[in-house]
Design a protein around this ligand. Structure first.
Ligand SMILES: C[S@@+](CC[C@H](N)C(=O)[O-])C[C@H]1O[C@@H](n2cnc3c(N)ncnc32)[C@H](O)[C@@H]1O
Length: 263
């Protein structure tokens, strides 16, 4: 098996993935252009081939996190649902449908409730290899008299037990967006659709371990890559735009000694 070439590259991701080894990626965290909602300078978006190649390059037990929203044009396009079903048809399991809730700047609608979320499809190739659940503090903890299961005598017994200090998070994740929320890298906002650093971080910590390979085939301003390197994962990123890759390089590698083998 060829050594994976880490770094960020300007290319069409379909062409790029067709040159990658199969089953070489532990985790992909990516976000496609939504229904041509934004102008990415006319670049085309070949969803079906992207999905098929993602399946090919994902390791057994690897994960793809697909962050997606629908255009609202009269009603919702439901492109995201079609994409989810297509992913299933080609072999992925829809391991979870998570919600990325935006704490601020949600989209106002005059005749429907304000939209404040996007989907995070967590797709797995077979059973996930890694799950490091992120925890939150429980509201109450310490010692408390807790009801014990009834014994054969039918009586409820109380025992002094310690309440758990933390529990697993739910699958709705909320993030502040905009400067200071999404990132404090001013340069990132030269890209029209950056997702929060914390979102990428939380998925990377949940689904990988240090040394694993993280991929973003449409890496834009490089958010996934920045967080992957921060947590000692290896990273491969691609974007069709030279301009966005220049931003990604600045964000990922500024202040860092260029790693051996990194382009
Ligand atoms: C929603 S943005 C990703 C933003 C990124 N998650 C971030 O935090 O900056 C989608 C990206 O897909 C890129 N793109 C569109 N078509 C592509 C293709 N065929 N190959 C590679 N990148 C593509 C666009 O240039 C754009 O940067």
């Amino acid at each position: 098996m060829k050594k994976i070439k880490e770094g960020v590259f300007v290319d069409d991701c379909v062409k790029f993935m067709s040159r990658m080894d199969e089953k070489s990626i532990d985790l992909t965290v990516t976000s496609p252009p939504y229904d041509n909602l934004r102008d990415y300078k006319g670049y085309s978006f070949d969803f079906e081939n992207i999905a098929k190649h993602l399946y090919r390059v994902t390791k057994e037990g690897g994960i793809v996190v697909w962050v997606v929203g629908d255009k609202i044009n009269g009603g919702r396009t439901l492109t995201s649902f079609r994409q989810g079903l297509f992913f299933q048809d080609i072999g992925f399991q829809m391991h979870d449908v998570m919600i990325y809730q935006k704490k601020n700047t949600p989209f106002m609608r005059s005749n429907a409730y304000t939209n404040c979320y996007e989907f995070m499809f967590v797709l797995s190739r077979g059973k996930p290899n890694t799950f490091n659940p992120l925890k939150v503090k429980t509201a109450r903890h310490g010692l408390e008299m807790l009801t014990h299961n009834k014994g054969p005598d039918g009586k409820n017994k109380k025992v002094l037990k310690e309440l758990k200090k933390e529990k697993s998070r739910t699958n709705i994740w909320s993030y502040a967006v905009g400067y200071g929320g999404t990132t404090t890298d001013k340069i990132a906002f030269q890209h029209p659709a950056v997702f929060p650093e914390k979102l990428a971080e939380d998925h990377i910590l949940s689904w990988t371990n240090p040394g694993d390979i993280v991929f973003d085939p449409m890496c834009g301003s490089g958010t996934t890559g920045k967080m992957a390197l921060k947590y000692n994962r290896r990273f491969v990123g691609v974007d069709i735009s030279e301009e966005y890759i220049a931003i990604a390089k600045e964000r990922i590698y500024s202040g860092q000694i260029q790693m051996a083998g990194v382009v």
